[in-house]
Design a protein around this ligand. Structure first.
Ligand SMILES: Nc1nc2c(ncn2[C@@H]2O[C@H](COP(=O)(O)OP(=O)(O)O)[C@@H](O)[C@H]2O)c(=O)[nH]1
Ligand SMILES: [Mg+2]
Length: 195
């Protein structure tokens, strides 16, 4: 997709603030620091549209990025961020769950998983949640530039086993640094927003 226009429309803290133009939404889920913002920036060829950080972010908002007046990327930051209170975490968890299970415009979830490590219990929980609610999802393994080519096949098999996703679940090996996986990721997204 040729991106002519990309802009953050709202950082929503309550469902009332979700956009009302009802375009397809691609939700990006993953632990904080997994590379969600970097994924968005790389795909949209913008340096800093989505703010990246080396520190795990504590912004608990749903960030809606409008692309070409055609669809939204929705950055769902924050799970696995331990430094917020339990109440905060529960409130946030509920907001994500409600969004993903009730929002009709969500065409697919991109579940980002750090390829340098095995999936965490948070990642596994998220995958289970998506499977349980029958929400279509695609796994994007991030930071693959950090894993040598010779280790990738083994790492991939272990990660897929750990996530307990079906063998035919689609995935992309992605690097925001090198651009690996760029075409595949776009292909998946374009497919999803047509549905
Ligand atoms: N080597 C490498 N680092 C990455 C990649 N993607 C993100 N990072 C780094 O990981 C950190 C967190 O990235 P960010 O996009 O802010 O993660 P978010 O919290 O999920 O939005 C930043 O320091 C990024 O530069 C990647 O593909 N390769
Ligand atoms: Mg981010």
């Amino acid at each position: 997709m040729k991106v002519n226009f990309a802009e953050i429309v709202i950082s929503a803290v309550t469902p009332k603030q979700y956009p009302k133009n009802f375009l397809p939404e691609i939700a990006l889920a993953g632990r904080s620091n997994v590379g969600k913002s970097s994924f968005i920036n790389r795909l949209l060829k913008r340096k800093n549209l989505a703010r990246t950080s080396s520190k795990p972010g504590k912004t608990q908002t749903l960030n809606f990025y409008l692309v070409n007046e055609l669809f939204f990327f929705v950055d769902v930051p924050g799970y696995g961020y331990a430094k917020v209170s339990k109440t905060e975490r529960e409130k946030w968890g509920k907001m994500i769950e409600d969004y993903l299970t009730t929002r009709k415009m969500v065409k697919a979830v991109v579940l980002l998983v750090d390829f340098r490590h095995l999936p965490t219990s948070d990642d596994i929980q998220m995958a289970n949640f998506l499977i349980y609610y029958n929400i279509p999802f695609h796994v994007v393994f991030t930071k693959v530039d950090k894993v040598s080519k010779s280790k990738r096949q083994g790492q991939l098999q272990q990660a897929i086993n750990a996530l307990e996703i079906r063998d035919d679940t689609e995935y992309t090996l992605f690097s925001a640094t090198t651009g690996e996986g760029f075409d595949k990721a776009w292909q998946v997204i374009e497919e999803a927003i047509k549905k």
